[in-house]
Design a protein around this ligand. Structure first.
Ligand code: AMP
Ligand code: ZN
Ligand code: FE
Ligand code: FE
Length: 275
């Protein structure tokens, strides 16, 4: 048994992750994770199932969502942690899902112009209908056109690649405001991999409340720098593995997020709800 840890950023079959909430919760417990946030892309579908799955494993379920946003044209992901699954604001996510579906139709069209014909019905789609590039990547692998998801991204799907179409995104200002309207705490996800560290001040000016400091792709140096940044500006600290699938990227719990970041996040969320 190692030390207890938490993981506040993983993906399930409700977006582009490969594991169901039940599989995620079991895997999380196996890795000594005692609190888990299943933060699907632009979707809070399956919230009751996520809660039940975590309860069945005896771990705490933190509700949340990862919102697709942009700052000056650059991709920026904003997490809303402790978002209320019963919030009427969730309806807004429906239009993000719809535009992802339209985008997928257009990406399949681009692919067919390259002589590769894949049907919408062939995609291993998310529960509740969220479409993302990983679904198309997996279909290309299933067809034998690519050997791996990585190859599908490297050949076709990378940002600006021959089949990629930018998704519709919220502005960072709207994303931060929306994260809060959902009743959650607004956190900038993985600033170190999105090249956003030099722009942190801009997010803070827009009302950002916290930073995902712990992430598998953040070096020890980046983590130290972000911790200092948060301390100096009184920002909340968060962290997660961004786990999507076994053997594909980082493992659940691998960011070793210390348990003590949880209570400040929770009490900020509780005051939001009370206010
Ligand atoms: P989308 O939201 O449809 O634009 O797809 C973005 C998702 O694709 C990210 O959340 C990752 O899960 C995945 N992704 C992005 N780049 C790569 C890559 N090079 N290899 C594998 N997966 C990737
Ligand atoms: Zn993803
Ligand atoms: Fe992300
Ligand atoms: Fe993510």
């Amino acid at each position: 048994m190692g030390k207890d840890i938490i993981d506040l950023h993983v993906h399930s079959t409700y977006s582009d992750g490969k594991l169901t909430p039940a599989e995620l919760a079991a895997r999380a417990r196996h890795h000594n994770v005692i609190a888990l946030a299943i933060t699907d892309h632009d979707s809070m579908a399956g919230s009751a199932e996520k809660l039940a799955a975590c309860e069945a494993e005896g771990i705490e379920c933190i509700s949340g969502v990862e919102l697709s946003c942009e700052l000056d044209g650059d991709e920026a992901h904003i997490l809303s942690l402790f978002a209320d699954p019963a919030s009427p604001e969730i309806a807004m996510l429906g239009s993000m899902q719809d535009s992802r579906e339209t985008r997928m139709v257009s990406m399949l069209d681009k692919l067919s112009h390259m002589g590769i014909h894949i049907d919408m019905a062939e995609l291993p789609v998310a529960k509740d209908g969220m479409y993302g590039r990983p679904h198309l990547a997996r279909a290309l692998v299933a067809r034998g056109i690519c050997k791996s998801v990585n190859e599908a991204f490297a050949r076709f799907l990378y940002d600006g690649g021959p089949v990629h179409i930018a998704k519709s995104r919220l502005t960072a200002a709207d994303g931060i405001a929306f994260a809060k309207r959902l009743g959650g705490i607004s956190i900038l996800a993985h600033p170190g991999i999105s090249g956003l560290i030099p722009h942190l001040d801009k997010f803070v000016q827009l009302g950002l409340e916290g930073v995902e400091v712990y992430h598998p792709k953040h070096s020890g140096e980046t983590i130290a720098k972000l911790l200092r940044y948060c301390r100096e500006r009184n920002l909340l600290v968060s962290g997660g593995s961004d786990f999507h699938a076994p053997g594909d990227g980082a493992e659940i719990g691998s960011s070793k997020v210390p348990v003590d970041v949880l209570e400040p996040l929770r009490s900020a969320a509780t005051s939001r709800k009370a206010g």
